[in-house]
Design a binder for this molecule. Structure first.
Ligand code: SF4
Ligand code: SF4
Length: 93
């Protein structure tokens, strides 16, 4: 489930969400149309995707980045995510 918490950890503590390289983005809006979690909105003229609800992003998902034809969507390295989760679980014990 987007937002809320992730196995007991407040979602806002987990820095996993997309960032967009607007130099590469061509406004195809594939990402916006694909994601069902309200992470993106369209804004501007010409229309561009904007990350408006970063913590709605599903932890570990990077599907929109895989679909982007221009490699314009970036996520942190997965190793960083795993290390951060381990540390958060350690702190929660
Ligand atoms: S899929 Fe990539 S190129 Fe298309 S709008 Fe999203 S970020 Fe831009
Ligand atoms: S990674 Fe998945 S949940 Fe996150 S914005 Fe992209 S499609 Fe949506």
């Amino acid at each position: 489930m987007p937002g809320g918490n992730y196995f007991g950890i407040p979602r806002e503590k987990i820095k996993w969400f997309p960032t967009i390289d607007y130099d590469r983005c061509t406004s195809c809006l594939t990402c916006v149309n694909f994601c069902r979690n309200g992470v993106y909105e369209v804004s501007g003229n010409p229309s561009k995707p904007k990350v408006v609800n970063p913590y709605n992003c599903v932890v570990g998902c990077s599907a929109c980045a895989s679909l982007c034809p221009n490699e314009a969507i970036k996520f942190p390295p997965r190793e960083e995510l795993i290390a951060a989760l381990k540390e958060l679980y350690r702190q929660a014990r």
